[in-house]
Ligand binder design. Structure first.
Ligand SMILES: Cc1cc2nc3c(=O)[nH]c(=O)nc-3n(C[C@H](O)[C@H](O)[C@H](O)COP(=O)(O)O)c2cc1C
Length: 189
């Protein structure tokens, strides 16, 4: 009888350990993702249904007073995309996030757009695509490409998210890059 009880306890402990190991970390996609390296993007079309799901994440992003000031311009045209990100490959999609204002001083809209940008970025990564946020192209984009992109009147781009297929074996979310120590950036009051 004693052996049976011990065996039952042992089995229970093993089961709990296994369960703990298999329970996915709910913050996983947020804490373990990293920007897809530029040379990991490969050619290949993204199904419209997947693009719609990724854009839906942007649409569902929170915004101040729920004003949703953003507009998403989906660039699938390779020549146009390469005017913003020169190493774009066939099938990559650039999602330009814009809002009314100059893209520099309209702070509330910029923050709203930043939240939508990250939602789009995380949704693409969670679906197994490569994704990378870009802001370096914004100045030349806002100076030269607003018309060609068809940005809404008075809008300036705040950021873009490059979404695309990644080379096999390049798991888009498995190698988090280093960050500063948490205790150097957190204050408890
Ligand atoms: C607001 C913002 C702007 C960025 N702009 C660019 C960019 O213009 N070009 C680029 O290659 N990567 C850009 N990145 C990607 C960052 O370089 C990358 O996310 C950062 O180095 C952290 O690395 P990790 O994502 O691998 O952890 C940007 C990221 C953010 C959040």
């Amino acid at each position: 009888m004693r052996k049976l009880v011990l065996f039952a306890i042992f089995t229970l402990v093993c089961t709990l350990c296994l369960f703990a190991q298999q329970t996915p970390d709910p913050t996983g996609i947020i804490t373990s993702h990293y920007a897809t390296p530029r040379n990991s993007f490969v050619a290949g079309a993204i199904p419209k249904a997947d693009l719609d799901r990724i854009l839906h994440a942007g649409v569902r992003a929170p915004s101040a007073r729920n004003l949703q000031p953003w507009h998403f311009t989906v660039v699938q045209n390779l020549n146009l995309a390469r005017k913003m990100v020169s190493d774009t490959v066939e099938g990559n999609v650039l999602i330009v996030i814009s809002a009314e204002g100059d893209g520099k001083t309209n702070n509330v809209q910029i923050l709203d757009c930043a939240l939508a940008t990250q939602s789009i970025n995380l949704a693409a990564l969670a679906m197994g695509y490569g994704a990378r946020i870009y802001t370096a192209p914004m100045d030349s984009l806002n100076k030269n490409l607003k018309g060609e992109l068809g940005l809404p009147r008075g809008h300036s781009a705040v950021a873009l998210v490059r979404v695309g297929k990644v080379a096999q074996g390049t798991d888009a979310v498995s190698a988090p890059s280093s960050r500063k120590a948490a205790d150097t950036m957190i204050t408890w009051k």
